[in-house]
Design a protein around this ligand. Structure first.
Ligand SMILES: NC(=O)C1=CN([C@@H]2O[C@H](COP(=O)(O)OP(=O)(O)OC[C@H]3O[C@@H](n4cnc5c(N)ncnc54)[C@H](O)[C@@H]3O)[C@@H](O)[C@H]2O)C=CC1
Ligand SMILES: O=C(O)C1=N[C@H](C(=O)O)C[C@H](O)C1
Length: 280
């Protein structure tokens, strides 16, 4: 149970997708949650089908729909978990603000304008937003910051390159996680850091200030990031890899529980907050 008022009424946005299905499946087996809504695109082939069945589980009694569930006079806690597409997020945000629902946003590839709308919405509802809901990835981000802080002034200079590998279906590049690693590492390196996406042709020698990003798309890889800290004479490679998508799905559900159990007010929270890894 999420708290004394009973299980969290869970709505999954993007429920028919690769991630949405895993959130539905894990949410159904967790007594802290009661699945009440499964939203997907109005043109989805899965509209009208049972969300549990689409997820490969027992029927849930909840059909995949393009309209939001009406929770009526139910007084228990509710939460929305979003794994969809950037262009789908605005409607989801508007709905959550309208009904006052806590929201977990996992979708990546957001525009600057969308990030601003997320911040604006967080003035009225609690939102967890993170490019990776994985414990191992978030811990690796903290380790990457520490390695950078320790090596940034190393004799001969430090070169940081970020390699990410994902399944062939991924729509955005580089991954939201790679960008977040880069942002955190740049925070340690300093303001003159530049971000270089791939290299081709006569690029000249690498500068000390740049972070390089390389996006690999292969098969069914559920997500892997390697941060290379190269020096003259030696290197460190920090590798974090998912074996399947459940690290993200269970992280998102943990974030929804955290919002409810900690009784979080309006605000924009990160997985560092959820995992107790924030600096402040
Ligand atoms: N933060 C994290 O830990 C993770 C984030 N992601 C991100 O989550 C997102 C989804 O990833 P996948 O599940 O692999 O993609 P997917 O393409 O399999 O699923 C997206 C789902 O959203 C649905 N959708 C599209 N338009 C919609 C609309 N207007 N309303 C409702 N649903 C709509 C699609 O029909 C589809 O079912 C991506 O941005 C991905 O990068 C993925 C894994 C982990
Ligand atoms: O699309 C994916 O699959 C993933 N997307 C996220 C990202 O862009 O960082 C997180 C994870 O790596 C899987």
């Amino acid at each position: 149970m999420a708290d004394s008022t009973g299980p969290i009424s869970l709505t999954v946005h993007g429920a028919a997708g690769r991630m949405g299905r895993r959130v539905v499946a894990l949410g159904m087996t967790d007594s802290s949650f009661h699945l009440v809504g499964a939203i997907d695109h109005a043109q989805s082939d899965h509209l009208g089908k049972d969300a549990g069945s689409v997820a490969g589980e027992a029927p849930s009694g909840v059909e995949i729909s393009s309209t939001w569930p009406t929770l009526g006079d139910q007084t228990g806690p509710q939460a929305v978990v979003d794994f969809s597409l950037p262009e789908a997020l605005d409607d989801c945000l508007a709905h959550c603000v309208k009904v006052g629902s806590p929201l977990v946003v996992a979708t990546t590839g957001l525009t600057d304008e969308q990030k601003q709308r997320l911040s604006d919405a967080a003035a009225s509802i609690p939102i967890v937003w993170a490019p990776s809901m994985s414990l191992a990835v978030n811990l690796s981000m903290k380790i990457a910051e520490q390695i950078t802080a320790a090596l940034k002034d190393v004799s001969g200079g430090l070169d940081v390159e970020i390699l990410e590998r994902h399944h062939r279906f991924k729509a955005d590049a580089p991954s939201g996680t790679a960008l977040k690693f880069g942002e955190l590492i740049a925070g340690q390196l300093g303001e003159s850091t530049t971000h270089v996406h791939g290299r081709e042709g006569h690029t000249g020698a690498r500068t000390r200030e740049e972070i390089g990003y390389h996006a690999i798309r292969v098969g069914d890889n559920p997500g892997e990031h390697t941060i290379v800290f190269g020096m003259l004479g030696e290197k460190i490679e920090l590798n974090v890899a998912a074996s399947n998508r459940d690290c993200y799905a269970s992280g998102a559900l943990a974030a929804a529980k955290w919002l409810i159990q900690e009784n979080k007010g309006p605000g924009l929270y990160s997985m560092f907050d959820v995992l107790g890894m924030s600096d402040n």
